[in-house]
Design a protein around this ligand. Structure first.
Ligand SMILES: *[C@@H]1O[C@H](CO)[C@@H](O)[C@H](O)[C@H]1NC(C)=O
Ligand SMILES: *[C@@H]1O[C@H](CO)[C@@H](O)[C@H](O)[C@H]1NC(C)=O
Ligand SMILES: *[C@@H]1O[C@H](CO)[C@@H](O)[C@H](O)[C@H]1NC(C)=O
Length: 266
C-alpha cells in the first residue's frame, strides 16, 4: 500500500474522531447557564454542579429539569444527607423525557409515569426512580415519586423557566421531590461480610432492570392508566439510554471502519 494512501486514511480517522468531540455532536444546552439567569435558583444550580449532574444533563437531549428555589433547597441542605443520597434526590428532579407547560396540561388520562436520572443510574431499587405526574382537580400538577403515596403528594408545578422543544425544558416546582429510596444510604460496598455472592448480584441486577408496566398501575381500577403510564416510562428509559450515544454513533462507526481498513492494509 502506498505511503500517501496510509496518510489519507490516518487523516480521515482523525477527522472522524474529532467530529465527535465537536459541539454539534453534543446536546446544545448548558443547564448551568440556563439556571444562572434565575436569581432564586442559585443553590439548585450550585448543587447540580457539585454532584456532577450538570454534566449528565448537558450530555443528554429530550430532558426536563425540575428546579427548586433557594428557600426549599435550604431545607434539603438542613437534612445533611451524604453526597450519594443528595445526588439521588437531585437526580429525581431530572426527567428523561421532554415536558413543557403545554404538555403537562395535556397529559392523556391526566397522569403519566416518567423515568428520571435516578432510575437511569441503576441505583434506584425496582421502579422507585420513576416519578408520577398527576393532574389534580383544579388543574394543579403534582410530581410524586413511585414509592410515595399519591395522597401525600406535596410537590406541585409552579412555572416554566426555560423551554427548548424537544431538547430541554426547565420547570420550577414548589418543593424538593424526595423519597425514602433516594435518601437511603447507598448500599452494598460497605458490607464486607456478604457470604452469599448471589444475593449481592441479584439485588444489583434487580435495581438496574427496567420496571415492568405491571408494577406501575397503582390500583386495579385504572389498568388502562397504568398501562399507558408504563408505556410512557419505557419510552423515557429508551430516550435516556440512547440520546447521548446516538448522535455520536456515526462518527464512531466511521472511525472504527477506517481503523479496521488501515490495519488490514498496513
Ligand atoms: C456552561 O455555562 C457556564 C456558565 O455560563 C460556564 O461556566 C461553563 O463553562 C459552560 N459549560 C460549557 C460546557 O460550555
Ligand atoms: C435542539 O438540539 C438540536 C441539536 O441537538 C438543535 O439543532 C436545535 O436547534 C435545538 N432546538 C432548540 C429549540 O434549541
Ligand atoms: C456482618 O458481620 C457482623 C459480625 O461478624 C454482624 O454483626 C453484622 O450484622 C453483619 N452484617 C451483615 C450485613 O450481615
Amino acid at each position: 500500500m502506498p505511503r500517501a494512501g496510509v496518510v489519507v486514511h490516518v487523516l480521515l480517522l482523525f477527522v472522524a474522531l474529532t467530529a465527535c468531540a465537536w459541539p454539534a455532536c453534543r446536546a446544545t444546552h448548558n443547564i448551568t447557564a440556563i439556571l444562572a439567569e434565575h436569581r432564586d435558583l442559585v443553590e439548585f444550580n450550585r448543587q447540580l454542579t457539585a454532584t456532577g449532574l450538570a454534566d449528565d444533563i448537558d450530555g443528554r437531549n429530550t430532558i426536563t429539569v425540575l428546579a427548586v428555589d433557594d428557600a426549599h433547597m435550604a431545607q434539603l441542605k438542613a437534612k445533611g444527607l451524604p453526597r450519594d443520597a443528595l445526588r439521588h434526590v437531585l437526580s429525581l428532579h431530572v426527567l428523561v423525557d421532554y415536558y413543557d407547560d403545554a404538555k403537562l396540561h395535556r397529559l392523556p388520562g391526566g397522569s403519566t409515569v416518567v423515568s428520571t436520572l435516578f432510575q437511569a443510574s441503576g441505583d434506584a431499587p425496582g421502579s422507585e426512580g420513576m416519578v408520577k405526574i398527576v393532574v389534580r382537580r383544579g388543574g394543579r400538577v403534582a410530581f410524586v415519586p413511585q414509592d410515595v403515596d399519591d395522597a401525600r403528594a406535596n410537590v406541585f408545578y409552579v412555572k416554566s423557566v426555560h423551554e427548548a422543544p424537544y431538547n430541554i425544558s426547565v420547570l420550577q416546582v414548589s418543593a424538593v421531590i424526595t423519597s425514602p429510596a433516594a435518601e437511603a444510604p447507598s448500599a452494598p460496598e460497605s458490607k464486607p461480610n456478604t457470604t452469599d455472592p448471589m444475593s449481592k448480584h441479584g439485588s444489583h441486577a434487580g435495581a438496574s432492570t427496567a420496571p415492568s408496566p405491571a408494577g406501575q398501575g397503582s390500583s386495579e381500577a385504572d389498568t388502562a392508566k397504568g398501562k399507558q403510564a408504563g408505556d410512557g416510562g419505557d419510552r423515557g428509559n429508551k430516550n435516556g439510554a440512547s440520546s447521548g450515544a446516538a448522535q455520536c454513533g456515526l462518527p464512531f462507526a466511521l472511525a472504527f471502519l477506517m481503523a479496521a481498513f488501515l490495519v488490514v492494509n498496513w
